[in-house]
Design a protein around this ligand. Sequence first.
Ligand SMILES: [Mg+2]
Length: 227
Amino acid sequence: MCLDVDDTLVDYTTSSRAALTDMVGHAGAWELWQRITDEHCARLLAGELDYASMRNIRTRAFFAELGEFLDQGEATKREVRRQAVLAEGWTLFADVLPCLDWLRATGLPIAAVSNASGHHQRVKIASLGLAEYFDHVLIAGEVGAAKPDPVIFHTACLGLGVAPTETVHVGDRLHADAIGARDAGMRGVWLNRHGPQDGSLPDGIKAISSLAELPELLICELSGVSV
Ligand SMILES: [Mg+2]
């Protein structure tokens, strides 16, 4: 069993938006921050930047787009504060611990598979009491591959000792999580917290709108399959 972390288990978007609003002074720069973060995380994964450099350069690039040109020290100061506000806001969705307790009781091996870029993700997982639930934790920045790259999914399956065809991955991103897992030979489940889904789903993809629906999905719809 594989689970995404941010916006699947941890309400990351809410805390990240709040931290950005604190840093900028208004709530209107979220899309810009997301775009610049995606660009810089790609450079991190490509090995062009280390994690500390990425965070500093990203902050300077972000404020430059807003017309403010920061020196390295000021960018670091603002990013450190943003990280502190972010960490204060980390919370689990209400359906997470009951689901993890149920999964643990089944005896299934469980991996966290996250596209986060650094060690902070392990700190987050530990500080929220999640570490005890996972047999393996895979962080894209450490593996050197991010979802939907099959490398990170297959690395998770190897760590769990389970074939991809016998492994379910659940995540909030349709393409990176559910379709990526399917294309890696696994069973992809899209956690659409804004659901239920209208219209048809891509072939082979299951959708749920809450982790409370996961046990029933695993028991009923995937019956006969070892998950
Ligand atoms: Mg996610």
